[in-house]
Design a protein around this ligand. Structure first.
Ligand SMILES: *Cc1c(COP(=O)(O)O)cnc(C)c1O
Length: 226
């Protein structure tokens, strides 16, 4: 049998919000959660929901209603960009010129400008999403030319399976990259957000300079394994 451990989403959100230093934004990672759970988090002070799947986001938006921003934090397929541009306030996972070009095209049709973060593959792992750190500046410079995207910072996951201390060097490296690109003052680029850290690693990420953390499990409890 399965034991349901009661979690109070409200208590969890309150504890995390009071744990975060001023100036650090909380993104609630809402994959596989119900609209009711998300509403409870919003009532407790969550202002941004992070979605991994476009289709789930459509259902969530209908079920949750207004009052929060929606960020895309999953892997975005090109054939989902059209919907994504209408659903999200920010796309945190841009990692190629091709994806940026498609967002630019669809955002032009929608008559809007899409704020984006560049996803950095800070663990230098093969076959993972994110641009390699050494290629990040060139990608930012290219995307800065697109009229319908606004680069607003960097996002990173770090290698899967690492514990918080194992992620620290990746967070530190990404912060260094963030500062270096910010110092370049590239026209129309506003290096404002550094999105890194999850339930098990957000404290270390904040120590290393994150000002946006993405937290699911520590708010909502363990996800049901499929
Ligand atoms: C699920 C997810 C998170 C949150 O992970 P938890 O360990 O549940 O806090 C953060 N970022 C991304 C991109 C995710 O997919």
């Amino acid at each position: 049998m399965r034991y349901i451990i009661p979690v109070s989403i409200q208590d969890n959100v309150s504890a995390i919000l009071s744990d975060l230093p001023p100036g650090v934004s909380l993104v609630a990672a809402v994959k596989s959660r119900t609209p009711e759970e998300i509403q409870e988090a919003v009532a407790a002070g969550v202002a941004i929901a992070g979605e991994n799947f476009v289709q789930e986001a459509e259902a969530h938006r209908k079920g949750v209603g207004g009052g929060i921003s929606w960020h895309f934090i999953g892997h975005l397929q090109k054939n989902k960009v059209k919907k994504a541009v209408n659903l999200f306030d920010m796309i945190q996972t841009v990692d190629s010129v091709e994806l940026a070009a498609e967002i630019d095209r669809r955002a032009a049709v929608a008559g809007r400008v899409m704020p984006v973060l560049i996803e950095v593959n800070s663990g230098d792992e093969a076959a993972k999403s994110g641009v390699l750190p050494g290629e990040c500046e060139a990608l930012v410079r290219t995307i800065a030319q697109f009229k319908r995207l606004k680069v607003m910072g960097l996002m990173t996951m770090g290698p899967a399976g690492s514990d918080a201390e194992g992620l620290r060097p990746c967070f530190r490296e990404t912060k260094r990259l963030f500062e270096r690109i910010r110092a370049l003052d590239i026209p129309s680029v506003e290096m404002k957000y550094l999105s890194m850290g999850m339930s098990d690693s957000y404290r270390v990420a904040v120590e290393e300079g994150a000002n946006m953390v993405r937290i699911g499990t520590a708010i909502f409890g363990e996800r049901q394994k499929a």
